[in-house]
Write a protein that binds this ligand. Structure first.
Ligand SMILES: Cc1cc2nc3c(=O)[nH]c(=O)nc-3n(C[C@H](O)[C@H](O)[C@H](O)COP(=O)(O)O)c2cc1C
Length: 172
């Protein structure tokens, strides 16, 4: 169970969201988990044009994605989509590497109206890969986090519903 966070700064609400979803999935399934922030693959990520030539930390993230049994991918909303560097990370993967992979997608942002837009971008990306995308998408706003940066009770509830729904349709 691998979480990928398309964050380019820290601290990151998106990291908190992805970690909470991965944790909820792990509690339900008992699967081992790992979470990666793309900021840790910089500057190599931006400088790498081919999968074969990737250095240490970037290679670790790509291998984790390729060998995962379940992916949770989240991004801060930038310009009504996921971050450009997150797209670049997935551009480095072979087009067949995520076939039939169960994927949960989520994002954080400030504009409610951008939730469906970033969701659409994510769906197009994972449909390209022929992955199995969970129907429920979580878009978390600033008010979904407590002042000390933890997920609110309401957000945790939405995460539980998302995980439960993924189980009901056989994604887990
Ligand atoms: C360069 C930039 C572009 C952004 N564009 C959008 C946007 O189009 N829509 C939106 O709702 N929020 C936008 N935001 C706000 C972030 O998505 C939001 O603050 C997010 O929760 C940050 O996540 P993080 O804490 O993981 O970095 C933007 C922020 C930055 C820095």
């Amino acid at each position: 169970m691998v979480g990928i966070v398309g964050n380019v700064s820290r601290p990151s609400k998106t990291r908190t969201l992805v970690s909470a979803i991965v944790e909820a999935l792990s509690e339900r399934t008992g699967y081992a988990t790992a979470c990666f922030d793309i900021i840790d693959a910089q500057p190599e990520l931006g400088a790498s044009l081919y999968r074969g030539k990737t250095p240490g930390p970037l290679s670790e993230i790509l291998t984790a994605i390729e060998t995962s049994g379940f992916l949770v991918v989240g991004s801060p909303t930038y310009k009504a989509s996921y971050t450009g560097l997150l797209k670049h990370l997935f551009d480095l993967l072979d087009m067949k590497s995520l076939k039939d992979r169960p994927v949960i997608v989520c994002a954080t942002g400030k504009a409610v109206a951008h939730g469906p837009k970033v969701e659409q971008h994510f769906r197009m990306l994972f449909e390209f890969f022929d992955a199995r995308i969970a129907p429920q998408f979580i878009f978390a706003l600033d008010e979904d986090f407590t002042e000390d940066g933890r997920p609110s009770e309401a957000l945790l509830q939405r995460i539980q519903e998302q995980v439960s729904n993924a189980g009901k349709i056989g994604l887990l």
